[in-house]
Design a protein around this ligand. Structure first.
Ligand code: NAP
Length: 259
């Protein structure tokens, strides 16, 4: 495929959880906009390699590598690997996520810990590891993926919403502490997102009914989240830091979900 200049030309980006879902869409949109992309995954390296191949088909450099965002040593190793292979780190997207649906009274403590380990501690570990390298190189930008349920209460979300609510405040603190180093930090909060070919998107009646109550009356696409992430990662957002951008079909405007 012919390469063209884009809003991220010359940048090197890391996407955690980049092998599938929203992370895959972000990696591909970054490539379309000119970035070299490191696709990091915990265990599913076949998917990560496939996304890296897709990035290369856009004429950009790519790397697929493992990371466990809950483990400081693994995070440091992955950051060093990316910097050595692709030359620098300009953009980090903290997209790796974990969460099981459960009522709080039935949620095992181990599941609470596992959710906070990936969603909150992982964001802290990868964010600080990248920020130290960005600061030394003169700046960069970070986008943290939270979730619409972090902005309000939704019964049955287990530890997911609380762990993502912490990401919102972490985003603000990162933005404040790292602005003097030339690092902007923002976040995106997806609502319900289903791939266009996901069989659950249209076929599960209770989901179709629920999404019909959204102001935009449908679930979102991974590519629609990716467009918001690309905007925040690009110089188009050069004067924006510390903010969360919901990409949620208007769900935060209304009580569309069941009690
Ligand atoms: N999909 C939605 O409707 C929705 C809504 C709100 C928020 N979000 C958030 O958006 C992000 C992406 O969601 P998704 O549904 O597209 O993701 P997904 O398909 O559930 O994939 C999660 C990714 O996170 C990676 N991961 C999990 N634990 C990890 C760890 N310890 N270290 C490194 N990577 C780890 C997985 O790696 P492997 O591939 O190796 O397993 C996987 O690639 C998540 O943060 C999620 O919470 C999604």
């Amino acid at each position: 495929m012919a390469t063209t200049e884009g809003r991220l030309s010359g940048r090197v980006a890391i996407v955690t959880g980049g092998g599938k879902g929203i992370g895959r869409a972000i990696a591909v949109d970054f490539a379309r906009e000119g970035a070299a992309v490191a696709v990091l995954a915990r265990s599913d390296m076949d998917s990560a390699e496939a996304v890296a191949a897709e990035v290369r088909r856009h004429g950009r450099r790519a790397l697929a590598a493992t990371i466990d965002v809950t483990d400081p040593a693994s995070v440091e190793t992955a950051m060093d690997l990316v910097a050595a292979a692709l030359g620098r780190i300009d953009i980090l997207v903290n997209n790796a996520g974990h969460g099981r649906a459960a009522l709080l009274a039935e949620l095992p403590a181990a599941e609470w810990d596992a959710t906070f380990a990936v969603n909150t501690k992982g964001c802290f570990l990868a964010g600080t590891a990248a920020a130290r390298r960005m600061a030394a190189a003169g700046g960069g930008t970070i986008v943290n993926i939270a979730g619409a349920s972090a902005h309000r209460a939704w019964a049955g979300r287990g530890a997911f919403a609380p762990s993502k609510a912490a990401v919102i405040n972490l985003t603000r603190q990162m933005a404040l502490e790292w602005a003097p180093s030339g690092i902007r930090v923002n976040g995106v909060s997806p609502g319900p997102i289903f791939a266009a070919d996901d069989p659950w998107r249209d076929r599960r009646p209770e989901l179709v009914a629920r999404f019909g109550r959204l102001p935009l009356a449908r679930p979102g696409l991974p590519e629609e989240v990716a467009k918001a992430v690309t905007f925040l990662a690009s110089d188009d957002a050069a004067y924006i830091t510390g903010h969360m951008l919901p990409v949620d079909g208007g769900s935060l405007l209304t009580w569309y979900v069941d009690r």
